[in-house]
Design a protein around this ligand. Structure first.
Ligand code: DQA
Length: 149
């Protein structure tokens, strides 16, 4: 059985493609999901790719990942900068977490420089667009291979 990685996307990421294209590019969420699925296939991983605009739903998905998934790739969107609850849920999952942002949050408004997730993540990737998701999946594949060896 292939390891399962949960790929989570927070609020407003369903608007990709039309939302602030100078920040987030022209790729849609469906394009992003397809790119992740292709990478996962090549890396020998299974993924579940999800997006929600409801914080409680995201937290329920994180809880349900515990013991079922091998890792969580998360772009928490604006909740990155506001949500202790998402950070706590990620810690409770006891899973390795990689935080990904399409844009370089450090080049943007100061309120985007704080992340409640970064300090509990294995790593953080930002500013590389959808390539960041593929890099994160590749890291999970390497990490899980090393653990299994
Ligand atoms: C984002 C950056 C966040 O600051 C913003 O609120 C988003 C998207 C990114 O992917 O660059 O919604 O997480």
């Amino acid at each position: 059985m292939k390891p399962l990685i949960l790929v989570l996307n927070g609020p407003n990421l369903n608007m990709l493609g039309t939302r602030e294209p100078t920040q987030y590019g022209r790729e849609t969420l469906a394009d992003l999901a397809q790119g992740c699925a292709d990478s996962a296939h090549n890396l020998g991983l299974d993924i579940e790719f999800r997006q929600t605009n409801h914080e409680g739903e995201l937290i329920d998905w994180i809880h349900a990942a515990r013991g079922r998934c091998a890792g969580i790739l998360i772009n928490p969107g604006a909740w990155t900068h506001t949500s202790v609850a998402i950070r706590d849920a990620l810690v409770a999952s006891e899973l390795p977490v990689i935080e990904v942002h399409l844009s370089n949050v450090h080049k943007r408004e100061p309120f985007r420089h704080l992340s409640f997730v970064s300090s509990i993540a294995v790593g953080v990737i930002c500013g590389l667009g959808s390539h960041g998701y593929r890099l994160a999946l590749s890291h999970f594949a390497d990490m899980l291979r090393e653990q299994a060896a």
